[in-house]
Design a protein around this ligand. Structure first.
Ligand SMILES: Cc1cc2nc3c(=O)[nH]c(=O)nc-3n(C[C@H](O)[C@H](O)[C@H](O)COP(=O)(O)OP(=O)(O)OC[C@H]3O[C@@H](n4cnc5c(N)ncnc54)[C@H](O)[C@@H]3O)c2cc1C
Length: 470
């Protein structure tokens, strides 16, 4: 079978790229190894007959970043709506109350109104306000979408501007854990993307969770005429003698196309391409992976006890962002209380999610019994933290689930369960193989909104010769 473009992966970037290409009458197929779409941002269900049946869980949705109000223009989210011809109301966005960065004896709140963070920094770091304002000016004027930018250390650049190390650590904490492939640091362009998307724009959550987004994209892709095949894992990307991509193999089956957009990850894509010139480039597997515990309680955490949507918790004045030394690291965490979004439809039950940095190799080394025992310990530590941040909450756990880096690898095929991908990004999507392009996380735009925008921009740049229409 011949196509104009083959897209590997039906995660956020693959679906977005497929929609965009099909809109312009390209013959496009999306090949997905899993039986469902969503990739790193998918969903599943858990049963507990004692607690009354089945509940739906999201894999990765704490927060949809880049919040805009209806009608706002010239923002990443509005660009996404325009390019995919979706309406704002389709996303059923429920904005956050506020979120906070909690370090010992100090916290900084931020919300979908940047004024809150400005006031917090002013109140808690009065002597550093001018330096913070200078950083804000730099962020506002920086062109983070320039595809030719190279890596620049954010820590070095920010520390040159802000002299108070505690403020630097606190500002970096949410930005690193929500989007850095690099341990202890991040690329400055990525810092700017994250600063704008978290602090300037803020968080919301679609009513219905990640399914709302996945179903919306799937439906749009089908209507646009995009073919989507599930349980269709690409085993090989074929390259001809001239070093040009010609198609893919799915086991015995061959599909041909002159352009392939892969969202499987850069190292993963290289591995699928036997003729990839690894002497020119051999991207590294990213070190950052996480584990998450999700609880459903018999009641919500009352807002008088904890009304923060997301808490970025750290137990010392220095934020250590690295693969955990020992299975998982409780010195910092992200605690998400989805009930603290302005949800319109709601049940009496409460939900909490806790994310810790983790270590793939250690989880990988465990036998099944040890693995399950260890997951119980993670659940206990997560519950302790929820109770520490929500003192007095006595909700009973009805459902719980814990997933580890090995779970992430098993269902997304990202080597070592890496969530933010390789530290070798290809910002223009190009690889040394003509016609083979990287989209999504390893192109460098990540998170839900980032990867959708990556799919759109790479499809425009490499799949639609004239860039498509705006
Ligand atoms: C626990 C967790 C929490 C997160 N929380 C948030 C959050 O709150 N907000 C946010 O914005 N982002 C969050 N993220 C990040 C976000 O999910 C990702 O950045 C984004 O979904 C990446 O999309 P992608 O299209 O680049 O890649 P992926 O989602 O990884 O898509 C790649 C797809 O390719 C498929 N694939 C792989 N190999 C093959 C093959 N050989 N053949 C065919 N198909 C293949 C995979 O199955 C997958 O579906 C979270 C991620 C995790 C894991």
């Amino acid at each position: 079978m011949n196509y104009d473009v083959i897209v590997i992966g039906a995660g956020m970037s693959g679906l977005a790229a497929g929609i965009r290409l099909a809109m312009f009458n390209k013959k496009v197929v999306i090949l997905e190894k899993h039986s469902i779409s969503g990739g790193l941002n998918s969903y599943y269900q858990r049963k507990n007959s004692d607690a009354g049946g089945i509940r739906q869980f999201d894999v990765g949705l704490h927060a949809l970043t880049n919040f805009i109000k209806k009608g706002e223009k010239a923002k990443p989210f509005s660009k996404l709506l325009k390019q995919l011809r979706l309406s704002y109301d389709d996303f059923k966005l429920c904005p956050q109350t506020y979120s906070k960065i909690v370090f010992p004896n100090i916290e900084l709140k931020f919300s979908n109104d940047f004024e809150l963070l400005l006031n917090e920094v002013h109140e808690k770091f009065p002597g550093d306000m001018d330096q913070f304002n200078k950083l804000v000016d730099v962020v506002r004027t920086f062109n983070e979408l320039d595809l030719n930018l190279g890596y620049e250390s954010s820590r070095a650049r920010i520390s040159a501007m802000i002299k108070n190390p505690l403020l630097v650590e606190m500002l970096l904490c949410p930005l690193l854990i929500y989007g850095s492939a690099w341990e202890e640091d991040m690329d400055f362009a990525q810092f700017v993307i994250m600063f704008k998307s978290l602090y300037f724009e803020g968080f919301s959550r679609p009513e219905g969770g990640v399914r709302t987004i996945v179903n919306l994209l799937l439906e749009k892709a089908k209507v646009a005429g995009c073919e989507i095949r599930f349980r269709a894992g690409v085993s090989e990307i074929m390259v001809n003698d001239s070093g040009k991509v010609v198609g893919v193999k799915l086991g015995e089956e061959e599909l041909m196309a002159p352009i392939i957009l892969s969202s499987a990850g850069y190292p993963e894509t290289v591995k699928m391409t036997p003729r990839f010139p690894t002497q020119i480039l051999n991207p590294k597997i990213g070190p950052m992976t996480f584990m998450e515990s999700i609880f459903i309680f018999d009641k919500k955490i009352p807002s008088q006890i904890n009304d923060s949507t997301i808490t970025f918790y750290n137990d010392s004045s220095k934020y250590s962002y690295q693969a955990a030394k020992n299975f998982f690291d409780t010195s910092s965490a992200v605690v998400c209380l989805p009930d603290n979004y302005e949800i319109t439809k709601t049940s009496g039950e409460g939900v909490a999610r806790v994310t810790f940095m983790s270590n793939f190799d250690q989880w990988r080394s465990l036998a099944k019994d040890e693995y399950n025992e260890k997951k119980e310990i993670v659940a206990e530590e997560s519950l302790k933290l929820i109770k520490k941040l929500s003192p007095g909450f006595d909700g009973k756990v009805l459902f719980k689930d814990v997933f580890s880096p090995t779970t992430i690898e098993r269902y997304t095929w990202h080597h070592k369960g890496t969530v933010y991908g390789s530290t070798d990004k290809t910002r223009d999507g190009k690889t040394p193989v003509a016609g083979l392009y990287i989209i999504g996380t390893d192109q460098g735009f990540l998170g839900i909104i980032g990867s959708i925008l990556s799919g759109i921009s790479m499809a425009n740049l490499h799949g639609l010769m004239n860039g498509g229409e705006a």
